[in-house]
Ligand binder design. Structure first.
Ligand code: NAD
Length: 428
């Protein structure tokens, strides 16, 4: 191979793994179907606002470190921005941009009155004490708070952040504005204006999306084997709920490795093991696999619930599932997605499959603003209605245009945002 070819191949891989380019590629396919003119495309593809902040933090040992944080607001046309905050060592601006744009399309697909935003802080939570995490969170919040607020931008948890992180953000914001403002974040603890059903909402939505897709191909839960990547809020809870519905979960993974049992994992026992040991390794009654081989297992359904770029041009030919349900954001590269489509693998795209989280976040925001809180049954019933309606709407668009569920979801979502944009016009 010449060095020129190697450079070109390397660039092609870098582009394939850039989540923002993946988002833009899927956006363009849908925009072509909608016949969107170049100007509107440009507006809808481009983030409205990007903020990068330096976060000085006094560490427990007395030293000072400066962390970098981002908040990207992709689009405000349908309402305040909405989207999680992730803490991870490899967070970068293009990733946050992509995640913010996916939030715009997700909120539009499930028809909740939000635009899309996302935030991230470059740090490794495993190396930080709880006090250091609190100081990072509070200073990050103070640095971005001019653009936050219940009517501006409402963060939520994402990778490595949780309801405690949201409580710190809510408190920091409230102290600055001199009043308790619960609706500034969602995914809060129940005792602090959180919603019943929110911790399970994304996993529950994944379970509903999986069920609706399987109905279309005439498969029953008890005959369906499922592999789940990621054992956190989305994957762990999703796998548990699917297990309760009668699906056979043959494998589950976390960042340290995978466990596999051909006959099906005892999910309550797996989750109890996780709570005790903080990792899956060593779970009795299961074989251990590498994370690479887990994705290539023989199964009916593969549910990636960890991070971006897991199904790529490198491994897509080895993926054996008939159905992929994207619990994570951006787990399939645009290139791999096209290959799955050409092989007839059904993919329920992230902006539909994991939209249960933002749906119940919307319910939380509504409840905070009303000061009146719903029962878990009401939350779950309304989530069920939203997920089923969205799946049906996306499926109808897919049939109308003769496209994949991913392109259909983008068509539905982009059309709604473009309609609102045309009605509001350009502010000058
Ligand atoms: P989390 O931090 O709770 O869990 C992530 C899990 O993935 C952990 O078990 C971790 O060990 C595992 N993991 C990380 N890298 C892995 C790898 N390479 N292979 C296997 N496992 C790996 O995060 P989460 O909230 O569950 O989010 C997971 C994904 O779902 C992210 O893409 C996030 O953006 C998306 N998402 C989350 C929500 C939500 O409500 N939490 C909503 C919508 C989308």
């Amino acid at each position: 191979m010449t060095s020129g070819t190697a450079v070109a191949q390397n660039q092609a891989l870098q582009d394939e793994f850039n989540p923002y380019l993946a988002m833009a590629e899927n956006f363009d396919i849908a925009a072509d179907h909608l016949g969107l003119d170049e100007g509107v495309r440009e507006v809808l593809r481009t983030p409205d606002r990007e903020l990068t902040v330096s976060i000085p933090v006094l560490m427990d040992d007395g030293s000072m470190r400066v962390f970098k944080g981002f908040r990207v607001q992709h689009n405000f046309h349908r309402g305040p921005c909405k989207g999680g905050i992730r803490f991870a060592p490899d967070v970068h601006l293009d990733e946050v941009r992509a995640l913010a744009a996916w939030m715009t399309w997700k909120c539009s697909a499930v028809n909740v009155p939000f635009g899309g935003g996302k935030g991230g802080v470059i740090c490794d939570p495993r190396e930080l004490s709880i006090h250091e995490l609190e100081r990072i969170t509070r200073r990050y919040t103070a640095s971005i708070m001019d653009i936050l607020g219940p009517d501006r931008d409402v963060p939520a948890p994402d990778m490595n952040t949780n309801e405690q992180t949201m409580a710190w953000i809510m408190d920091t914001y409230s102290m600055h504005v001199r009043k308790t403002t619960t609706a500034v974040v969602t995914g809060k603890p129940l005792s602090l204006g959180g919603s019943r059903g929110r911790p399970e909402a994304t996993g529950r939505g994944v379970m509903i999306a999986c069920r609706e897709a399987l109905k279309k191909i005439g498969m029953r839960p008890e005959d369906t084997s499922v592999v789940v990547q990621g054992a956190g809020n989305v994957g762990g809870i999703g796998a548990l709920l699917l297990h309760r519905e009668g699906y056979k979960i043959t494998s589950l993974s976390d960042m340290y490795g995978s466990v596999y049992n051909e006959k099906g994992l005892d999910m309550p026992a797996v989750m109890a093991w996780m709570r005790e040991h903080r990792r899956l390794n060593g779970f009795p009654g299961a074989e251990e696999l590498t994370n690479v081989s887990q994705l290539e297992l023989d199964c009916d359904v593969l549910i990636p619930c960890a991070t971006e770029n897991q199904i790529t041009s490198r491994n897509v030919d080895n993926i054996k599932a008939k159905l992929v349900v994207e619990g994570a954001n951006g787990p399939t590269t645009a290139k791999a997605g096209k290959i799955l489509d050409s092989r007839g693998v059904i993919v329920v795209p992230d902006i539909v499959a994991n939209a249960g989280g933002v749906t119940v976040s919307y319910f939380e925001w509504v409840q905070d603003r009303m000061g009146y809180f719903w029962t878990e049954e009401i939350v779950n019933t309304r989530l069920e209605q939203t997920m089923v309606n969205t799946f049906e709407e996306v499926d109808a668009v897919a049939k109308k245009y003769g496209v994949s569920l991913r392109t259909a979801a983008y068509i539905l979502a982009i059309d709604r945002v473009a309609t609102v944009y045309r009605l509001r016009g350009v502010f000058a």
